[in-house]
Design a protein around this ligand. Structure first.
Ligand SMILES: Nc1nc2c(c(=O)[nH]1)N[C@H]1C(S)=C(S)[C@@H](COP(=O)(O)OP(=O)(O)OC[C@H]3O[C@@H](n4cnc5c(=O)[nH]c(N)nc54)[C@H](O)[C@@H]3O)O[C@H]1N2
Ligand SMILES: Nc1nc2c(c(=O)[nH]1)N[C@H]1C(S)=C(S)[C@@H](COP(=O)(O)OP(=O)(O)OC[C@H]3O[C@@H](n4cnc5c(=O)[nH]c(N)nc54)[C@H](O)[C@@H]3O)O[C@H]1N2
Ligand code: SF4
Ligand SMILES: [Mo]
Length: 734
């Protein structure tokens, strides 16, 4: 099967239709393929988990070639034998009646009905090409993901942008990591989280900003618990989260006042001369300007902005000063904000000025969210050209075109619109066709009622998903059934830059095929299959991506292939050469050199802005949203399929309310309440808890109604949505 195009054509013309059956059963190099049919029932293969960015390794146990169970890998440097409930249940959710098993096409009566792949592909091409002919090439766009293997993302990005003439394509990582990407690029010169998980164990001070590790990254939290240095753990979160309850200091600041707090702390450090002058001098720029800038962030001002006391501020500053190895970590409480980039940089500034970077147990560390957010940041060909290159740079285009053996003219010379601009583009009639891959915007995008109205305006919406009943699939004109985690091969890159391997240990149901093979099919029907002749298998693509990474900060040319990654217990980038055994844990910037041309990091800062939607008389509460439990994943298409996981989270949507507020509103525990914003209205059960401050309420993001409330405002630099704070009203259900 050397000529894949010929194979597809051949398979397509087979009598019974399902062209993909052969592709689907084609043995992988690992997983099933590695285990002969006569395998002993105790065959086991290790692979990374497909949920969060921790990137735990799971041993999948095979019986006669079929996955029959799993257990966490003990000798993998990430999870050391641990897994959270989602990981333990990862195989269960593959087997579900909700799985998409055939392509589905909306018939003239408005119902989605099963069709053959051939019909699906011809319709896909006819409709999208038709739209492009009528409205211009850029009238078709795509929305991708941080949850498919790097090789699949790269193929999608190359197919759409080099093969199909699409300019606008972005990922759900915009909802999640865009702020960190921009913050790092501006401060360090490249999108480069510097840490390794061993840092959780080596710090004597751990500062977590807007990060609920216990729930969102439970195995990272386990690493914190293994820290032998009795670390001081500081949690900065408006809520007394599960993580805050286990901290030594909790700073329950007012929502979105982090910037003020962090500038105030910087001012205290400066006033006490608790600065690493040698590091600042040697490795950074713009410190003098920063010193001047933070001077007005007095105790009074910061206490007023944050609601914290001057004592709390000084204790925090002293803790940082007292620590020999201080690590700063942040997640969505920072990124999902109308001023996320500058807030993230306010954290980076603290690490730089105290010299807490490039040493064990230190760092300005953004924790990623999805299993392959990091792969998407570097290789999805959306916000940057393959391998952290720049679409607007002619040299970069030439380099990539040379590696891919394509005409440099095929590479767009401008950047794509961001996710929110694509959505607005639909509203403005500029985008008429949309291809959504492995994300569920009709649940997860901000300001849902408007979002759904906008998606409704499309001439043609294609959704490619494992399940046929997601909120977005229900709106689609065409649904393409995809294989999921465990049913295909590739690699993920976790939060600490570690590349791990994914294997095929189960068959996808019905006619579902891997996203990789769907993209190959699209290329073939679109007429650009030749461009991807060298992209036969995911591992072939890995080899191509290695070449794209050459000479970049994320250089991975020293990795031989998947087997090498497995031997290394995953391999962190960069890896241009070296001994995998000797370099199992690596951090960046050990030599004090950053990626800007002068090798220095930059202090970046800006006057904080007020809440984008402050509470009013009518909408007196601030709504916070986020992860609910360790057993729920985003829009719940996967985790909702497991009976075990379903037992581990509340059956009904709950809204967390402070008991004093509840009393004032005459709301009792468990009572039905209505939460309303200017945009929407939802119903939930009251959960009275002092862990939420007065004047605030919290609703987890996993229910499809929640984003009806949220307000579509964005960080100006990263264009990341500000999901975490808007004004709402709460009342008893009438
Ligand atoms: N179980 C589970 N784990 C997950 C996921 C999941 O869906 N379920 N999703 C994964 C993904 S994609 C991501 S991005 C991560 C997210 O991981 P986290 O960011 O840790 O999770 P969130 O609950 O979204 O937000 C963290 C905290 O931010 C706080 N917060 C809100 N506003 C502010 C503020 O203004 N300042 C500060 N300092 N804090 C604030 C919230 O109270 C919340 O406790 O989790 C990953 N892991
Ligand atoms: N209010 C509020 N909203 C939020 C957030 C918040 O904190 N508050 N957080 C935001 C964040 S950080 C994120 S990351 C987003 C997440 O938002 P989404 O990306 O919309 O959430 P998921 O449920 O992970 O959607 C992934 C989809 O891909 C499908 N899928 C899984 N595996 C595969 C595969 O291998 N191939 C294909 N083709 N499909 C697959 C799943 O069935 C699911 O439908 O939500 C954002 N929305
Ligand atoms: S912590 Fe994340 S990577 Fe580890 S098992 Fe749980 S979901 Fe999977
Ligand atoms: Mo995320």
């Amino acid at each position: 099967m050397n000529d894949n195009t010929a194979t597809i054509r051949e398979l397509l013309h087979q009598r019974s239709g399902p062209l993909t059956r052969e592709l689907m059963l084609e043995p992988g190099r690992f997983g099933l393929g590695q285990v002969p049919a006569s395998a002993k029932p105790d065959a086991t293969t290790g692979m990374v988990c497909g949920y969060c960015s921790t990137g735990c390794n799971l041993n999948v146990h095979l019986k006669e070639g079929e996955a029959v169970g799993l257990s966490p890998t003990t000798d993998y440097p990430v999870n050391l034998g641990m897994a959270c409930p989602k990981g333990w249940e990862a195989l269960t959710v593959l087997d579900s009646a909700d799985r998409a098993t055939t392509p589905l096409l909306r018939n003239p009566g408005g119902r989605l009905e099963p069709v053959e792949w051939e019909t699906a592909m011809r319709t896909f091409v006819d409709r999208f090409k038709g739209i492009q002919e009528k409205h211009g090439k850029h009238s078709v766009a795509f929305l991708g993901t941080g949850q498919i293997p790097t090789e699949e993302m790269a193929l999608l990005g190359a197919l759409t942008k080099f093969g199909m003439g699409i300019l606008h394509g972005d990922g759900n990582t915009r909802q999640c990591m865009a702020t960190s990407v921009v913050a790092y690029k501006q401060a360090f010169g490249f999108d480069a989280p510097p840490y390794t998980y061993a840092d959780f164990e080596e710090s004597d001070v751990i500062v977590l900003v807007g990060s609920n590790l216990c729930i969102a990254h439970p195995i990272m939290w386990e690493r914190v618990m293994r820290n032998p240095h009795q670390p001081e753990i500081v949690v900065i979160d408006p809520r007394m989260t599960e993580t805050a309850m286990n901290a030594t200091q909790h700073l329950p600041l007012a929502p979105k006042s982090d910037q003020s707090l962090l500038y105030g702390i910087a001012r205290i450090l400066i006033e006490n001369d608790w600065i690493d002058h040698r590091f600042v001098e040697a490795a950074t720029n713009e410190f003098a300007e920063f010193v001047e800038f933070v001077a007005p962030f007095t105790d009074d001002r910061v206490a007023n902005d944050t609601g914290l006391t001057a004592e709390q501020l000084h204790r925090f500053a002293e803790t940082i000063h007292g620590g020999k190895r201080v690590s700063f970590w942040w997640t969505m409480g920072v990124n999902q904000s109308y001023q996320g980039v500058r807030t993230a940089q306010a954290i980076i500034n603290l690490a730089l000025m105290t010299g807490n970077i490039g040493r064990p147990g230190t760092g300005a560390n953004s924790i990623t969210g999805q299993c392959n957010a990091m792969g998407s940041r570097l290789f999805s060909n959306t916000s940057n050209l393959l391998g952290g290159h720049d679409f607007t740079n002619a040299e970069h285009r030439k380099k990539i075109a040379g590696i891919l053996d394509i005409d440099a003219e095929a590479i767009p010379t401008e950047n794509s619109w961001a996710y929110n601009e694509i959505i607005e583009g639909i509203l403005r009639g500029k985008i008429k066709g949309l291809w959504v891959i492995c994300t569920n915007p009709a649940h997860s995008w901000i300001n849902q009622n408007q979002c759904r109205d906008i998606l409704d305006r499309l001439d043609f919406l294609v959704v490619q998903d494992m399940y046929a009943n997601t909120e977005t699939a229900e709106m689609a004109d065409l649904v393409l059934p995809a294989a999921g985690w465990g049913e295909k091969e590739g690699t993920f890159i976790n939060s600490e830059r570690r590349i791990g391997v994914l294997k095929k240990v189960a068959k996808a149901p019905g006619q579902a095929i891997s996203d990789f093979n769907i993209f190959k099919l699209v290329a073939h029907y679109w007429g650009c299959g030749e461009m991807f002749e060298r992209w036969q298998t995911p591992e072939d693509v890995f080899q191509i991506l290695k070449q794209c990474s050459a000479g970049q900060p994320c250089d991975i040319t020293g990795i031989e292939g998947y087997r090498h990654i497995d031997q290394g217990g995953g391999i962190q980038w960069p890896f241009a050469s070296g001994d995998i055994e000797a370099t199992r844990e690596r951090r960046l910037f050990e030599d004090g050199q950053f990626f800007h041309p002068d090798g220095k990091a930059r202090f970046l800062f800006e006057e904080p802005r007020p809440l984008s939607e402050p509470p009013t008389k009518r909408f007196p509460f601030i709504l916070l949203t986020g992860r609910g439990t360790a057993s729920q994943w985003h829009t719940q298409t996967r985790t909702g399929q497991s009976a075990v996981l379903r037992k581990l989270y509340p059956k009904k949507l709950i809204v967390e309310i402070n008991p004093a507020d509840a009393e004032r509103l005459q709301i009792g525990p468990g009572e039905r309440v209505v939460v309303k914003s200017q945009r929407g209205r939802i119903e939930a059960r009251a959960f009275l808890t002092p862990t939420i401050q007065r004047g605030q309420v919290f609703v987890a993001m996993h229910d499809r109604t929640v984003n009806q409330l949220t307000d579509a405002v964005f960080d100006p630099y990263s264009r990341q949505p500000s999901y975490k704070a808007c004004a709402v009203q709460v009342m008893r259900h009438p």
